[in-house]
Design a protein around this ligand. Sequence first.
Ligand SMILES: C[S@@+](CC[C@H](N)C(=O)[O-])C[C@H]1O[C@@H](n2cnc3c(N)ncnc32)[C@H](O)[C@@H]1O
Length: 223
Amino acid sequence: MNENERTQEQYDEMYRGESYYWTVRPSRTCFEVLERMPPDRPLRLLDIGCGEGRNAVFFARNGYEVHAFDISGTGLEKTRRLAERAGVSVRVFQADLNRFRLDETFDILFSTGTLHSSDPSVRAELFENYKRHTAAGGLNVFSVFVDKPFVARAPDSDPNTHLWRSGELFTLYHDWQIELCAEEIFDCMSSGVPHQHAVNRLVARTPASKPAPGGRRAGGGAE
Ligand SMILES: C[S@@+](CC[C@H](N)C(=O)[O-])C[C@H]1O[C@@H](n2cnc3c(N)ncnc32)[C@H](O)[C@@H]1O
């Protein structure tokens, strides 16, 4: 069994049963999207590593066109059921983020608690793909687990993952407008054992237009 199969099996096992391991309450990072890019026109959003669907379904209920993927088939099945119960549609598909690359554009790329599963050796290329497939003026909104020497690894963390270096994610967006870059440490009770997580939260917006030769934005007015 390879690393990805082990990860998939571990999450399938966690998601077995009727209850929702990560609850059905949306992550607070969702509200960054609602506030900064409300669905006052049709907006396509991709949830990367959607788990059991708490965030994807929240976005669908709020009027976004939601696509979502995860490595866990059991998680995707629960996402479908949660969407059905809420009377909304979420287009789910199974994929491994280390292999899957976007070939269509989204207004918003969103992910919480998943991107530490990206292999550090593919991160630069993976995020170039994500950035290239974000619509002009669109957002990338990510929350990633980071390594802090004074925060112990979570008891239910996947041993195949690679915590981010604190600040690493922000540097990948040096050429976008960073609207939020924050580091937080919070208490968590997943698995029933009290522990902490350190996260970096990023909201980055792609430039609405490409810089014109000479450095000015096309169509830009006086400063
Ligand atoms: C901590 S959970 C977070 C789930 C969800 N984003 C949430 O906030 O409720 C991490 C998720 O990443 C998924 N995952 C792990 N490795 C993955 C990979 N290589 N490709 C796609 N998804 C993966 C797991 O199946 C799991 O659902």
